[in-house]
Design a protein around this ligand. Sequence first.
Ligand code: GDP
Ligand code: MG
Ligand code: ZN
Length: 219
Amino acid sequence: MEIKVLKDILSANDQIAQRNRQLLDKNKVFAVNVMASPGAGKTSLILATIKKLKEKFDIGVIEGDISSNIDAMKVSKEKIPVVQINTGGECHLDANMLNNGLNNMSLKDVRLLFIENVGNLVCPAEFILGEDIKVMISHTPEGDDKPYKYPLMFHTVDVVIVNKIDLLPYVNFDLAAFSEAVKGINSKVKIFPVSCTTGQGIDEWVGWLEKRINRKSTG
Ligand SMILES: Nc1nc2c(ncn2[C@@H]2O[C@H](COP(=O)(O)OP(=O)(O)O)[C@@H](O)[C@H]2O)c(=O)[nH]1
Ligand SMILES: [Mg+2]
Ligand SMILES: [Zn+2]
């Protein structure tokens, strides 16, 4: 007996994500979906990266939060376009919310777009938005066992940033064991240990990102 398996039917979210991607591609925007638990350093990494790249690329930010515009206010001090999405209780961004955000930003004036997702290691991993790359941030006080507890998140990302390495002397975080666990889940992932506070490691991450952005414009 033949069993029909229908694999290629995209979910409603994935269809909208595909349209977001077309919109981004048409406007030559490189979009980075930044995910992490609350307080890991999403806003700090976005700000540190903006400081390094704002002379080279026009940058925009879409801030996703359950409520408030605190992060959007911080980012707008850099004098770059920011759109705040308040999810009103939802603990992740979905493609439709991003579509709303994109429609409220002048994309032709943006080359690099950061999307700060809602602080959460679980469901943001389940929703593609149409982004070019997914970045997750682990931070050293959170402990080095998170790859085992949130494997989907580590499996779906292109980059893992290990933030707050300035705190390594004070916390139990084995960077080598963490990296090995991450590679076991996702062998292609890039890992960048950084401190947004001291600036250590930021140039390596920014150098890699710059190459990816340029690859999109020439490729
Ligand atoms: N020691 C230390 N603190 C940091 C670092 N990066 C961010 N923080 C602090 O961590 C807290 C949360 O950062 P934030 O960027 O708001 O995290 P978000 O909630 O993921 O956006 C803030 O008090 C930051 O100043 C770092 O590299 N080292
Ligand atoms: Mg934030
Ligand atoms: Zn959620």
